[in-house]
Design a protein around this ligand. Sequence first.
Ligand SMILES: [Zn+2]
Length: 653
Amino acid sequence: MRNICRGMTEFQNAEFSVFSRSIGTGIAAINMDTWIWLDMDSSSFTVSFSLIYGKSIHHLIHTNNNKTINMPMLKDPSVKYKAFDPQLKLNDRQWPSKTLTKPPRWLSTDLRDGNQSLPDPMSIPEKKLYFKELLNIGFKEIEVAFPSASQIDFDFTRWCVENSPDDVSIQVLSPCRPELIKRTIESLKGAKRATVHIYLATSDCFRNVVFGMTHEETIEKATECTKLVRELTKDSIDDNYNKTYWSFEFSPETFSDTTPDFALKVCESVKNAWGPNIENPIIFNLPATVEMSTPNVYADQIEYFSRNISNRETICISLHPHNDRGCAVAAAELAQLGGADRVEGCLFGNGERTGNVDLVTLALNLYTQGIYPNLDFSNLENVIEVVEKCNKIPVHPRAPYGGQLVVCAFSGSHQDAIKKGFKKYQDKIKNNGDIKWSMPYLPLDPQDIGRNYEAIIRVNSQSGKGGASWIILRNLELDLPRGLQIDFSRRVQLESEWKGRELKTKEIIDLFKDKYYLYDENDENDNETVAMLDLFKLGNYNVTNEGKNRKIDALVSSKSKELQLNGNGNGPISALANSISTYFNVKYEVIHYNEHTLGKESNSKAVGYIGVRVADNEQIIWGVGIDEDVTEAGMIALINTLNGCIRDKLIRE
Ligand SMILES: [Zn+2]
């Protein structure tokens, strides 16, 4: 087996001829999930590998003198592939009208199924790190190794046994072979809780083709091996073994391709041999070792098993769906509706070929339906870090929940909707403490899995006004008026197009400060910029009342110039605007003015936004000002519109 594994790897490096000589023609299991057929014709130097599943043998790769021949797609694939026949008619199926109401028992097989599928398997320190992360997440059942396969697996199992909390069951896998079962159980010596998992081929293809075993022989072998496990574990008189809380798991391989009644027959016999009870049920793991059909078929198979196995209350039905057709999550969900109690899988769907079912997605799917999954992904970023470090496979940017891009909106219309959604949500919390989540485009509050809101909206050239103004709102607390949002988004779009990429938060903030001259006097860098730009600033001013009118005298100065402005208006801002108008001899009209306070404290600052039209230009020039005094914030904003007009050459100094 090891030779074949090595051979397959070497094959990809085109060195398989060495391997083929050592094996010859034959069939072999790489593990419980993968079987290959090797055929070598030494006279023509032709080697072919076939992947076997179901009842047929699928040609995988054909090589001749180290050249791989790729078969083209067939116009009529039915000559080569036939639709899956579940051998089951379940016309009174109950699962379609059910809903998930509770989490399943979870088993992580990251360290076994997941690890064995890695191009670059985990080192021992990586396995330990991963194991600890699984404990942090809250897994109570963890399959850690195939201890009879190697000393490394054996030793790692020992480490897990010695380092796991009392309520965690260490699970290990063994084929139905007495000497391997004995070795496997030795690895669990002294465990507080342990699950022995054995598997045997029950599908016709494997039984007949691979092992040449009859139905009766298969049942006998499964039963004998179960009795052996029982003798060495829960019936043991050895003090090293009889203090452990033993569980037992049996997998009929591959369940989804096994005649349903035969799967039941084997499991009945295994169950009688083990002698389960309600408190400690026997685990029947019913794997879709290779996903062969639509998820509803798997759900039917599970429901049929669940309805027909005797003493159902002493049985835990476990799922082990692989993702060959991309439906493992759906299959696991529907099969739970069909009666399953437990799910085996891996974080982010690692595992053989297309992987095992993704436990993160399953758990968070439950969570977003209001069901606590008993797995804690509060710090999903940390989980991702550990998974990527140990598996050396990145989590896909669009992986549900965990992908870097899944809470990000780039499109303007999505951003607008999310921005409005957040405002409504925050108002709802403020008004009546209602935290019920209802957000456009976001099925889960990113904060629940430790992601911040800043990640949600990202800005590129496709983003509209919503994106950039969201960044400004989150970072500077400025709730920009609509006209200013549009004005700023044009600038952001230009910048993003020019750079040919998404803009970072800091770039957007800097762009905003530069465009609207919103500099912080306490910031050295800002002061340098101000000095360079030679901007006008509001100096001393005096406002007097003349009936309903306000008269202003203000000193407005830059490094190189001083303007003495005087004017009248119905308020200080219009008076200042009129004084600018008079000074430069141009129509200077305030089109838009609003303000709001910044921060939550009563003594906090205010921000003013002003939009002006100069002469009869279409373009509106915007200014922003911040001050302790709300009127002065508006006046600063107005002076900044003057700076903008000079920059855009709407006014000549
Ligand atoms: Zn598997």
